[in-house]
Ligand binder design. Structure first.
Ligand code: HEC
Length: 214
């Protein structure tokens, strides 16, 4: 018993000796606190000139600005696939449709409640606008429209650009652009209009376009 007691006293002594506060109270600056160690009195230091934070090299200027020199360019920085367009549609419907509407005519829900009416995408000026222009509007905003640079990553902004161009084509298509479908497409006919809680059931398209059902 005596040996045990001696042992535990020794143990306690060792633990106390090892228990220093250094690791607990490490020297640090509170965020944005003043500090007179530096001549400009700021504890938060600007990055050293010429350094680039990981993931922020942004060497491909066109990809990050949509511009070539001072002017918007008119090509996509990566190929447009079906995945690119469907992601573009998803992002567009989340971030742009509330004002620009899902078809891009500017009659979004926010606008119907009194926000400034944006111009429709389906006018010659915007149909002819280069792709980089749309990227730039999202990146820097335009007039009353705020920018979406912090909400939408550059790659998604480009996907939205591709989808807007698809929207413009779809809203300005001619009979020659689409084989085997009526332009403009006929309004669907309902078998059951739906109650609001249940979706409407539509008749097959062939029954009102006069086409053979395939
Ligand atoms: C909060 C409403 C709102 C949202 C959301 C919004 N916009 Fe706009 N947008 C506007 C308004 C308003 C204008 C017209 C601004 C003006 O003329 O001052 C505009 C204008 C534009 C224009 C036309 C610029 C021109 O040359 O006439 C483009 C292109 C555009 N928006 C793209 C987008 C895209 C892409 C998104 C989604 C990332 C988006 N907008 C989201 C309100 C919105």
């Amino acid at each position: 018993m005596a040996r045990l007691r001696r042992f535990s006293w020794l143990g306690l002594l060792l633990i106390l000796a090892g228990c220093r506060q250094d690791m607990h109270d490490q020297p640090r600056f509170k965020p944005l606190a003043m500090n007179d160690f530096y001549p400009d009195l700021r504890s938060a230091r600007p990055p050293v000139d010429g350094t680039v934070a990981r993931g922020q090299l942004n060497a491909d200027t066109y990809f990050y600005t949509g511009k070539i020199g001072a002017n918007p360019g008119d090509y996509m920085p990566f190929p447009v696939t079906e995945d690119v367009l469907s992601r573009g549609r998803e992002r567009f419907n989340i971030y742009c449709a509330p004002c620009h509407s899902r078809v891009g005519d500017g009659n979004g829900m926010v606008v119907q409640r009194g926000y400034r009416h944006p111009p429709t995408y389906h006018q010659d000026r915007l149909r002819q606008a280069p792709l980089g222009y749309f990227f730039d509007v999202m990146t820097n905003g335009f007039g009353a429209m705020p920018d979406y640079a912090s909400q939408i990553q550059p790659r998604d902004r480009w996907r939205i650009v591709a989808y807007i161009r698809a929207l413009q084509l779809s809203q300005n298509a001619t009979q020659a652009d689409v084989a085997g479908q009526q332009v403009p497409s006929a309004a669907p006919k309902f078998e059951e209009p739906g109650s609001g809680a249940t979706p409407p059931t539509t008749l097959p398209e062939s029954s009102y376009t006069g086409e053979e059902q395939k």
